[in-house]
Design a protein around this ligand. Structure first.
Ligand code: AMP
Length: 401
């Protein structure tokens, strides 16, 4: 983006302004807006103007009873006041992202000013990646900037197809998107060794591609969360009522075999904190993860496993972490995730590159206020998961070619 001369140009910028709103449509967390500000400010400071487009929620899935769009709920107009405060410039609003009013307002936009377009998802063509619709969006700007990494895995009109209408020097990643790509690329392609990949969360099936990709560059793979119990069951352990995927036992076994062949060490939690039900007021006991009694379920890694995992993380030079070690939303089962998060912070302090991304572990790190103590926290959710799985994201390809 730094190589583009924005002077006198209108930059069409795809941002991720899908922010949470309360019942009176006040923004409850403006992180996504704040993260897009450096890109917008750069364009304005360089003498350009910015035409911002984003989705907000899923308006076409939550129509009014009469089948019309619930504009009052899903309009991006809710953000105008906040943007004005943050950017201290004129913020115009077009009540449709395409059509006469958008064209007129975009044409009248002056350098240093911002035009916010209405929710792109008011049109079914957005998610379909419709070419004609994309062309209309593209016609509004001279250059296209994509700063919405969180939607880069979707081939939607505003995130991907629109880029086809801009020639190479006139399209680029915004700063936020650039940072996400750079950090994940660094972790995956030029990691300092030893590399430890930590994964957890609910299902093996969701993380299988990720685990397989980790085999390409990890020295250690740590598996926590409910996923671990499918592995224990595959190894003929007793896992009580723990969450397992009985149809993935062979997959789990095959993965362990592949890891062995690749010389990658896989660590499963030796012990587990178990509950007699999935609830905050569950009775709790710690037991070996392969000897969980009937009627009990593993809901967190146990203290011995947490100690072992933390030790491995602290000795690593690169750590990639995706997925909590247990049901961290409940205090009784949050310890494993806390210990891993703290170990990542300690490793970072000793000079390791630590990246947290692609799922609930990001929420855990934020909840523990450790986000600033690791090297990089991705905002990318599903997009980061797919990037780490080694997939080519359509939003990235559309710009890089
Ligand atoms: P994911 O979105 O796949 O990363 O899964 C995150 C979810 O997995 C969180 O909501 C956790 O509460 C849940 N989780 C983690 N460990 C367990 C476990 N042992 N049993 C049930 N759910 C778990």
């Amino acid at each position: 983006m730094k190589q583009i001369d924005f002077k006198g140009k209108k930059a069409l910028v795809r941002v991720d302004f899908n922010v949470p709103l309360d019942k009176s449509f006040q923004i409850t967390d403006d992180t996504r807006i704040r993260e897009a500000l450096p890109t917008i400010k750069h364009i304005l400071d360089a003498g350009g103007s910015a035409i911002l487009m984003s989705h907000l929620g899923r308006p076409l899935e939550k129509l009014n009873a009469d089948g019309t769009i619930n504009v009052q709920k899903f309009t991006l107009n809710h953000l105008v006041k906040h943007l004005r405060k943050k950017l201290k410039t004129k913020i115009h609003f077009a009540d449709d992202c395409v059509g006469k009013s958008a064209v007129k307002k975009a044409a009248a936009l002056k350098p240093g000013e911002v035009l916010l377009l209405e929710n792109t998802r008011f049109h079914a063509e957005e998610e379909k990646g419709d070419a004609e619709f994309s062309k209309k969006l593209a016609a509004l700007g001279d250059v296209y900037i994509n700063d919405a990494f969180g939607t880069a895995h979707r081939a939607h009109a505003s995130t991907t197809i629109v880029a086809n209408y801009f020639a190479a020097p006139n399209k680029a990643f915004g700063f936020l998107m650039e940072r996400e790509i750079e950090n994940a690329t660094k972790a995956m392609h030029e990691p300092a060794k030893p590399v430890t990949c930590v994964t957890g969360g609910a299902k093996v099936s969701d993380k299988l591609l990720l685990l397989e990709k980790f085999l390409d560059y990890a020295d250690n793979i740590i598996i926590g969360g409910a996923m671990a119990y499918t592995f224990f069951l595959a190894k003929k352990g007793s896992v009580g009522n723990s969450l397992v995927e009985a149809d993935r036992l062979k997959t789990a076994k095959d993965f362990l075999k592949k890891a062995k062949e690749a010389g990658v060490k896989v660590y499963l939690p030796k012990d587990s904190v178990c509950g007699d039900k999935f609830a905050v007021d569950a009775a709790v006991q710690t037991c070996p993860s392969n000897q969980i009694p009937d009627g009990w379920m593993g809901l967190d890694i146990g203290p011995a496993a947490a100690r072992q995992f933390a030790g491995i993380i602290r000795k690593s030079s690169t750590v990639i972490w995706n997925g909590p070690m247990g049901v961290f939303e409940m205090e009784a089962f949050a310890n494993g995730t806390k210990v891993v998060a703290k170990a990542c912070a300690q490793a970072t302090k000793k000079g390791a590159f630590t990246m947290v991304g692609g799922g609930d572990s990001v929420a855990a790190v934020n909840q523990l206020k450790l986000a600033k103590k690791v090297s990089f926290v991705s905002t990318g959710g599903g997009a980061m998961l797919e990037f780490l799985e080694g997939k080519e994201l359509p939003g990235i390809k559309a710009i890089k070619g």
